[in-house]
Design a protein around this ligand. Sequence first.
Ligand SMILES: [Zn+2]
Length: 126
Amino acid sequence: MGNKMLKRNDMIMMGIVLLIALISLGFFFLNKKEGSAVIITVDGEIYQQTELDQNNTIKIKQDNGDYNEVIIEDGYVWMTDADCPDKLCVKHNKIHYDHETIVCLPHKVVVEIVGGEENTVDIIAK
Ligand SMILES: [Zn+2]
């Protein structure tokens, strides 16, 4: 009798574990969006579009001599070099999440992640 109860509980536990596993798997697939892109625009025009999961160094050279250098590595994007006066873009943190941007205001350069991982911490904070 007692043994039978234990087995029943085991079955319930198994079911719960399986359910949790399935839910986690579902979340994993929902969060994993295909085709995360890094879009670099200069003065509103697309300068270069590339993949977030493709390590890359992009040099942005404008006709007026303005210069920025962007690095994409292991899903993170940051500005390594620029000859703008404020250097705010170089000081900017690495970006990784969907819709995060690095802006170089003096050069009108915008680096944006599109279709990336949702920043869940940010969503909760809102
Ligand atoms: Zn800058």
